[in-house]
Design a protein around this ligand. Sequence first.
Ligand code: EPZ
Length: 432
Amino acid sequence: MEQYVIKGGRPLEGEVTIAGAKNAALGILAAAVMTDQEVTIENVPNVRDTRVLLQAIQGIGARVRYIDEHTVAICGGTINPNTDLCVDEYIRKIRASYYLLGALLGKYNHSQVALPGGCDIGARPIDLHIKGFEALGAHVDIANGMISVEADELIGSHIYMDVISVGATINVMMAAVMANGKTTIENAAKEPHIVDVANFLNSMGANIKGAGTDVIRIRGVKSLHGTTYSIIPDQIEAGTFMVAAAATRGNVLIKNVIPKHLEATTAKLEEIGCEVEEFDDAVRVRAPHVLHRTHVKTLPYPGYPTDMQPQMAVTLALSNGTSIITESIFENRFKYVAELSRMGAHIRVEGNTAILDGVETFTGANVAAPDLRAGAALVIAALVANDFSTVCDIKYIQRGYEKFDEKLRGLGALIEKVETDKEIQKFKLKVG
Ligand code: EPZ
């Protein structure tokens, strides 16, 4: 089983380049099948989630051509709408295959996808996706672990999102782009990846206004056409490296970013004493030896991102004083705390709040990644400990971080991906 072996205790220093945004790519790759013409998408992150979604897209009959590691051409014209547009085995691997529900409903007025499971961070219902599809005139049926959506005709509607939901906003936006008439999505999510999916659909001929605000207005069009589109940089990968620089007291230039998308993370790092220098498409993080405490509450964008919560917890666990983190988006996103405590962190969880009493440093340990962002956070913790650590279940980390260990080695980290104890011993002998 693949795992990372790490010898920590060294500040991260140097430059790292950020890949395309996973959570924009998943919506965009799904939306690409909504035209019968070829669509070329650039800056696609080469991570497990995008690879699996592309398999699902091929599985329903679309043509997928890999132009290079980060560029893919998709043609939805080869999909046979009379077959059951069923996405089954892939959804179990990644949740975002459910974007094909909205994309195929929007194009063919029907589709069927296996229900996404919950996951380690919470129940993650899809009631708002269903509410949106039904408001557009679709009949939704859930049976045998599958969700089927079907409509004689999709008619524009006014949809209020009870909870701000990234997935439901993207899914309903896709279902509405070729509906008859106007659709308004109220209380829409405003994340940069929502804007990226909307811009992508507009480049295909859709008529979407207001993405990035809490009211998105969509005028249905007859059809969509081919396009070439480049995905925005990943704000969470960028934030992860910013926080890793802070935790290891390093000095790192993070390139290929949109600084505005990082504002919440930048603000928190400055509050704890880091220096964050912004450039047009890069940020530099310098960290002092002593970090200060602060409070963090996760919120929908532009608030502090929930996907940056575990990573910031590692840094606050090393800061002077007592910090508080409130997780307001998901109900179970502190699973990493038990593992972090085995490395010497002093964290108490009460409901959706973590109280962190800062410690000087961590000790090495063998830990397991409970989910994608918690896994990245545990790697950061291992990079701090002046000791050997292993992080297993790295398949979670590989879902959302491209070449994570390679990029960290580029910043001076002693980290390797290994499979056997023999390789671990070899690493220990090599780094001493
Ligand atoms: C997206 O998940 C991201 N995943 C998540 O990133 C991210 O944490 C989340 O948005 C919040 O930003 C992708 O984009 C693939 P939500 P999503 O719908 O769309 C509730 C990562 O690490 N809700 O915005 O599933 C839900 O329970 C992943 O990259 C409903 O109640 O999240 C949650 O409390 C982890 N009903 C809140 O809304 C619904 O129908 C926000 O969830 C849908 C959601």
